[in-house]
Design a protein around this ligand. Structure first.
Ligand code: 6MZ
Length: 362
C-alpha cells in the first residue's frame, strides 16, 4: 500500500458529495440533529454502514445533500476533499459536482459553484494549480496557484479542474442551465459535463440536447454508462462518442464490441462497483478484460467517503486482485494523463512529474 500512496496519481472520477470525510459528515449531522432537522442516530448509522446497495447509495446521497447544501459547507467540503486527494499524492484531480438550487436558502446553481470555487481558494496545505483569469491579458492563464502565492517552493501542488454534473432527475431545461453555467465558468477551470445520478431514473434522450450543446461549445463530456443493464441507453451513449465514460459494468457482447472499436476511455471504480453489486466480485471485474485488451482505462474512486476508500487503496486493490506489479501500476497511473480534459501544456507538466517520480520504481 505504501508505494500506492507515494506514487503520483490522476483522479478523473470523484463526486464532491461522495468524497466527504466521515468525521466532517458526522460533525455536520450532529449540528442538524441538535436543531431537530434530522435524527442524528439514524444518520450516524447510515454514514458508518459499510454495505450499501445502489438504491441505498442514492438514499444516502439525499441525506448527504440535506446536510451539505449550504454555501459555507460546500466551501468546507471542497477544501477538505482537495486536501485529502493531495495528501495521497494525487497530482491532477477532476472533481465533479451537481450544481444545486435551493430557494429557501437563496442558493442558485451559480452561487453553489461560487462556494465550490471559494473552497479551492481556501486550500492551504498544498498549492492548487488552477486557471485564473488574467485581467491584463484578458485571457485565462493556466497553472496559477489560486490559494497561495508561495509557488516555486517545494510545497506539493495539485491541479484541480471541475466537471459539472447533470443529475438524471433533472429536466432538459435544468440540464441546459448547467451547461450554460459551465460555459460561463470555463475560464475558472470548469472543463466538462458529466451525466450521473440514480441510473434507474430518467432517460438519455432528456439530456441529449444539453450534451449536444455542450459539445458544440467545446466542453468535454463524460457519461455514467451501463451502471445497470440498459442496452438501448448504452448503445445510444456510445454512439454519442463522449470523451470518456464511467463504470461500463452491465455491458452485453455488442456493447463491448462498440466500446472497444470506439476506444472511449473507461473510468473504473472497483470498490464502488463491488459494494453496489453492479459487479459481483473483483475477480470477474471487466478491468481484467479491458486491461488485457489494452483498452484505455483509468482507476478512480467514485465516492471515497461513501465507499470508505481512497485512490491509493483502489491501486492497491487492483495490484493484489489482478497480480500487477509496481511498474505496471505506475504505468497505469501515468497512462491516465492522456485522458485528462486538459491541453498539452498540462499533460507535459504531469508527464515530467511522473518521470521525476520514476526513481521510486528502483
Ligand atoms: C451515479 C453517482 C454515483 O454531485 O452532489 N453520484 N451517480 N452513480 C454513482 N455510483 C455510485 N455516485 C455519485 O455528488 C453526489 C452525486 O453524485 C452522483 C449522484 O447524483 C449523487 O447525488 P454531488 O457533489
Amino acid at each position: 500500500m505504501d508505494w500506492c500512496v507515494s506514487m503520483p496519481k490522476v483522479e478523473l472520477h470523484a463526486h464532491l458529495n461522495g468524497s466527504i470525510r466521515d468525521s466532517t459528515l458526522l460533525e455536520l449531522a450532529r449540528v442538524l440533529g441538535e436543531k431537530g432537522v434530522i435524527v442524528f442516530s439514524d444518520v450516524e448509522h447510515n454514514i458508518l454502514k459499510n454495505d450499501r446497495s445502489l438504491r441505498e447509495v442514492f438514499r444516502l446521497f439525499d441525506l448527504i445533500h440535506i446536510i451539505t447544501t449550504d454555501h459555507m459547507v460546500v466551501t468546507r467540503i471542497t477544501k477538505e476533499v482537495i486536501e485529502d486527494f493531495a495528501k495521497e499524492n494525487v497530482v491532477y484531480l477532476e472533481l465533479r459536482t451537481t450544481p444545486k438550487k435551493n430557494d429557501s436558502i437563496g442558493m442558485t446553481k451559480r452561487s453553489y459553484m461560487e462556494a465550490v470555487m471559494e473552497g479551492l481558494r481556501a486550500v492551504s496545505a498544498v498549492d492548487v494549480a488552477f486557471p485564473a483569469h488574467n485581467v491584463d491579458a484578458g485571457s485565462p492563464t493556466t497553472n496559477v496557484p489560486v490559494n497561495d502565492a508561495r509557488s516555486g517552493t517545494t510545497r506539493k501542488k495539485i491541479y484541480v479542474r471541475l466537471l459539472l454534473s447533470i443529475d438524471r432527475r433533472e429536466s432538459t431545461a435544468a440540464a441546459m442551465e448547467t451547461v450554460k453555467l459551465a460555459l460561463e465558468m470555463k475560464d475558472s477551470g470548469v472543463v466538462g459535463i458529466d451525466l450521473s445520478g440514480n441510473p434507474v431514473v430518467g432517460e438519455w434522450i432528456t439530456f441529449l440536447p444539453a450534451f449536444k450543446f455542450a459539445r458544440e461549445q467545446g466542453l468535454y463530456i463524460t457519461l455514467h454508462c451501463g451502471e445497470v443493464p440498459n442496452q438501448k441507453e448504452i448503445q445510444a451513449m456510445l454512439d454519442f462518442m463522449p470523451q470518456r465514460i464511467g463504470h461500463a459494468c452491465c455491458f452485453e457482447e455488442d456493447d463491448w464490441e462498440k466500446l472497444k472499436s470506439s476506444n472511449i476511455p473507461v473510468e473504473i471504480c472497483l470498490t464502488s462497483n463491488v459494494v453496489t453489486a453492479s459487479v459481483s466480485s473483483l475477480d470477474v471485474h471487466h478491468f481484467v478484460d479491458l486491461y488485457n485488451a489494452k483498452h484505455p482505462l483509468i482507476l478512480c474512486t467514485d465516492d471515497a467517503g461513501v465507499f470508505s476508500t481512497s485512490l491509493s487503496r483502489e491501486y492497491s486493490l487492483a495490484a493484489a486482485a489482478f497480480g500487477l506489479g509496481k511498474g505496471e501500476m505506475f504505468q497505469l497511473a501515468k497512462n491516465a494523463i492522456a485522458f485528462i480534459f486538459e491541453d498539452d501544456g498540462v499533460k507535459q507538466d504531469l508527464t515530467s512529474i511522473f518521470d521525476s517520480a520514476a526513481n521510486m520504481l528502483e
